[in-house]
Design a binder for this molecule. Sequence first.
Ligand SMILES: C[S@@+](CC[C@H](N)C(=O)[O-])C[C@H]1O[C@@H](n2cnc3c(N)ncnc32)[C@H](O)[C@@H]1O
Length: 391
Amino acid sequence: MTPAARVEAAIEVLYLVIAAARTNGAPADRIVSEWFRSRRFAGSGDRRAVRDLVFRAIRACGEIPASGRAAMLLLASEDAALTALFDGSRHGPQPILSGEPVAAAGLAPEWLVTALARSGIEGAEAAALLERAPLDVRVNGLRAGRADLPSGGERTLAANGWRYPHGTRIEDTPAWREGVIEVQDTGSQLACDALAAKPGESVVDLCAGGGGKTLALAAAMEGAGRILACDADRGRLSRLQPRAERAGADGIETRLLNPGAELEQLADWHGQADAVLVDAPCSGTGTWRRNPEARWRLTPAQLDRYVSLQARLLDVGAALVRPGGRLVYVTCSLLDAEGAEQAAGFLDRNAGRWRSEQPVLPAGTQRGPGLRLSPYRDGTDGFFIARFGAL
Ligand SMILES: C[S@@+](CC[C@H](N)C(=O)[O-])C[C@H]1O[C@@H](n2cnc3c(N)ncnc32)[C@H](O)[C@@H]1O
């Protein structure tokens, strides 16, 4: 593809990303992959270049842009080399007309910028939410010694964490194939450490999704003990067992939950768990580095729905913990409504039954009764992590 054709391709993909953001469709990453699947003529350099342009444009536009071309014109407005590619050549974008609409630059929709600022995220902290995320992996003790770690990595703050340069093809390495490493953000690894799961314990991962954190808990438990991994999404939960097999994590039981009926479905675990992780569904404001178009999709009403669901799931998780056991609440959000205020609300509802226990982690800043990790301060995805002890 010529450089101009790559720009036109990025504009086409952006139209699809915008439509998907309006209709709650596929994420940008998947749209880019699918677009190339039916265009075999494009080489890996083309893919990289188009993907890069698409994500640069998404990051630059705070609000959902009117069109893919308007988004690309925003990038071109600060990039003379890109402007020159609007040359009307075959497969390239049409020349820029005077007065053509250009998308507005910004961090996020105004209401969200305000909510972040109220939560102490502004200036450089806010700008870092849209930087490119690093590539972190967790070394899986359950498969130790089966293959060497890929070269070129450096240690992170997490006990088993390594960081690799962008573009490292981790999933093509023997270490990944043998289950020796898992791709997992450092913040996510630290969130698991906050639960301090030990061999022989009974642990529930209430919102396990595809099992990213479940596998880290299984490794911390050295494969000894019971883990129940639950989720309300059948598709996500179904991805857990194959991953567990590759990671050598035996004996993880999965349970599909019906929203609203979780407590009844978990009756056999009431008051039984040594530790429960509630990695609750959230706005994902801490993961914009990976999913920058998520900020176009979030509405105040959706945020309210997340906040109510988080409170309910915290109460479900609490019911499963044995006396003296522990509960860890995690969201990948930097909004206080989903973090510090949510944790404080739990303690208020449960005065005399639960106490706050500050997790001891090598990163993070205190925020209310928990810790907050941020891309700017900690170089991780944004997380809120609170730990509670049952009295
Ligand atoms: C932040 S994600 C979990 C990510 C996962 N723990 C990981 O590390 O990969 C939140 C999960 O909560 C699940 N969820 C939503 N409603 C739920 C419910 N009522 N009960 C259990 N899980 C629920 C979602 O399907 C989603 O997978």
